[in-house]
Design a binder for this molecule. Structure first.
Ligand code: SF4
Length: 203
């Protein structure tokens, strides 16, 4: 049974692509890569969601942030579009291409994305954080601290005129605690970990 593995960009950046590939090859894993531009595809889906929206559209790429806001604030001026995170778009492409050839591992930067991936139930596909995977396979590598995420805050800037960037829990709390917020159209970018996924609980 072949073992394929897709590493998210944060892991590649923190641990070094070549070092990772060497360790993974020793354990019998074959790194795989996407052929489609899922970043552009996801941006396009948000653009279309914003066109149809009557008020603000939430960025739901980060499940922790979206769930937290729904649970704590349930704002009536925010729509949550049914758009999957980029990582799930990658997983679906790879699953389609590699199905019946082996097991596909998708390595996430946090437990929330791993749980979300496992919940969609793609056959022969497992989602887990890098920390979990390294423990399972006994890979001991020291990652370097990154100053910024490979997909930094500002995902929607330059494309949408009105984009609010809330890239940590404190900013989210501050923004949603304001009692009255005028309903108008725009994007609200949301990241739970400070500055993005390089501070996730799985890397
Ligand atoms: S790593 Fe943090 S910011 Fe990135 S998706 Fe997970 S919870 Fe959100």
């Amino acid at each position: 049974m072949r073992k394929f593995i897709w590493l998210n960009p944060v892991v590649n950046e923190m641990y070094g692509k070549e070092t990772l590939e060497k360790h993974l090859a020793e354990k019998g894993y074959e790194p795989v890569f996407c052929r489609e531009d899922h970043i552009a595809a996801v941006k396009e889906k948000y653009r279309s969601a914003l066109d149809k929206a009557h008020t603000y559209v939430a960025d739901v790429r980060c499940p922790m942030a979206a769930d937290y806001i729904k649970e704590v604030y349930s704002p009536d001026f925010l729509e949550f579009p049914p758009i999957e995170p980029i990582l799930l778009h990658c997983a679906r492409e790879l699953h389609e291409r590699l199905s019946c050839q082996g097991v596909l591992w998708i390595i996430t930067p946090c437990k929330a994305l791993a749980d979300m991936g496992n919940n969609i139930g793609l056959p022969e596909t497992r989602f887990c954080t890098w920390k979990e995977f390294a423990r399972l396979e006994n890979i001991q590598l020291r990652g370097k601290a990154l100053d910024e995420s490979p997909i930094p805050p500002g995902f929607f800037l330059g494309h949408e005129e009105q984009a609010v960037v809330l890239d940590n829990r404190e900013k989210i709390d501050f923004y949603f605690s304001e009692p009255s917020r005028k309903a108008k159209k725009g994007m609200v970018e949301l990241l739970y970990c400070s500055g993005g996924c390089h501070h996730g609980d799985g890397v």
